[in-house]
Design a binder for this molecule. Structure first.
Ligand SMILES: C[S@@+](CC[C@H](N)C(=O)[O-])C[C@H]1O[C@@H](n2cnc3c(N)ncnc32)[C@H](O)[C@@H]1O
Length: 396
């Protein structure tokens, strides 16, 4: 069935209409005219898959990954990079225009939009290693990943020597090209073949270190970070560096900063030079241990960290913090944290978000008490539909 793709949804699927019914077609681009097979018929919508491209959109690009046709990993490869940035900007602007009309947007592009990821999570099913297909749990076997770092790609072929039938494998790397391999599986794993990987620093199986070390070191801007395999770290070190610089530039000199969801201390340590004092709060104990070590390592002594859920610790923090950095997981801020903002009334909130939808919800709750005009977008996750946003809010 022939369909013209008119726009894209927030998950990167093309949208067209068949007999007036909204039809989602993955891996299509606005302007494409395609022949599709209907794969799902719902009373309110249809889903289709492309059989043939009848006339390609002028924004269509050739995918650069040999697994793109089947893999669900990075759906936007058939958009030109410039068009993918426009798509992301429009997607965030559509959402946030419902909160405030006069916002301006700046997009920070990825200096290296392929081979940028320092971490990937692979599924293993029936002895095959790969990613899931689009919107399914069917495994697509891969032997390389075009958005993963060259170091990850060097490790990928070695993984088949593990002979795992089912499980999950995470590879983490740093800019020094070292790697950790983290395996979860119910099977007995013979990990010794991995020792042939010259840059291997550690092997972790079912949450236990079996060889080497359980952390990597990473240098971002002028700071060095120790990162345990359980600790969060931004997946794109080059764009993370630009984000950290922007957060530091947004802080007022001598401010007292609360860094909520502080991870291994990246933002707290990035702003420490300008701030009077910084307190970070983070739920993962290993990340807090790293953050305290990272403060020492970088000879920064006006920063401290506490372990625990923000929603608990926030109830009893001193009232001196005039600047709050919030960098929550995708679910955004919870009700207790919103209440704490209204109670403590920080002068400035620097909101770093990896989910525009929860950012929209949270800004809506804050807009009566805070002014904001600029949204900075960071293309942290190139060729996927994800985008990182930063908004600086000033108390009215
Ligand atoms: C998006 S990451 C940001 C980390 C850090 N700002 C960075 O840039 O590396 C979110 C962090 O929040 C932590 N986290 C998740 N839920 C939390 C909670 N309820 N309380 C405190 N920290 C939490 C995660 O462990 C993770 O380190």
């Amino acid at each position: 069935m022939e369909i013209k793709i008119e726009r894209m949804d927030h998950l990167g699927n093309g949208i067209g209409y068949l007999d007036g019914k909204i039809t989602f077609v993955p891996k299509t681009v606005p302007g494409d005219i395609v022949d599709i097979k209907i794969t799902k018929e719902h009373s309110h919508f249809l889903r289709g898959s492309v059989q043939k491209i009848i006339r390609p959109s002028e924004n269509r690009a050739e995918a650069f990954c040999p697994f793109y046709a089947n893999c669900g990993g990075c759906l936007l490869q058939n958009l030109s990079y410039a068009a993918s940035l426009t798509y992301k900007k429009n997607k965030v602007a559509d959402l946030l225009s419902k909160v405030k009309e006069d916002l301006t947007y700046e997009m920070v592009a990825n200096p290296k939009c392929q081979n940028y990821r320092n971490k990937i999570t692979l599924k293993v099913k029936n002895g095959q290693i790969g990613y899931y297909a689009v919107a399914s749990n069917d495994l697509v076997k891969i032997t390389s990943c075009a958005i993963a770092s060259p170091q990850i790609n060097a490790v990928l072929p070695e993984l088949s020597k593990l002979n795992i039938k089912d499980g999950e494998i995470v590879i983490r790397t740093n800019q020094a090209k070292e790697c950790l391999i983290i395996i979860s599986s119910k099977e007995k794993i013979r990990w010794e073949p991995l020792l042939n990987i010259p840059t291997l620093k550690g092997i972790i199986i079912n949450d236990a270190l079996v060889w080497g070390q359980d952390y990597l070191m990473e240098k971002i801007n002028e700071l060095t970070f120790k990162i345990n395999y359980r600790s969060f770290f931004q997946v794109n070190s080059a764009v993370a560096a630009l984000l950290f610089q922007k957060v530091a530039a947004s802080i007022k000199p001598n401010s007292q900063v609360l860094d909520l969801y502080s991870g291994v201390g990246t933002l707290a340590l990035s702003v420490a030079g300008k701030a009077k004092a910084v307190l970070g709060i983070e739920i993962v104990a290993d990340a807090v241990t790293n953050a305290l070590e990272n403060a020492k390592l970088n000879k920064i002594n006006n920063v401290t960290f506490k372990t625990g859920p923000v929603e608990q610790l926030i109830k009893n923090i001193p009232s001196c913090y005039d600047t709050w950095i919030v960098d929550p997981p995708r679910k955004g801020l919870d009700e207790i944290t919103h209440q704490a903002i209204l109670k403590y009334k920080p002068q400035q909130i620097i909101y770093v978000s990896c989910d525009p939808q929860t950012l929209q919800r949270d800004l809506n709750l804050l807009k009566n008490s805070y002014d904001f005009s600029q949204v900075t977008l960071f293309d942290m996750f190139s060729y996927t539909y994800h985008v990182e946003s930063l908004v600086v809010l000033t108390r009215k």
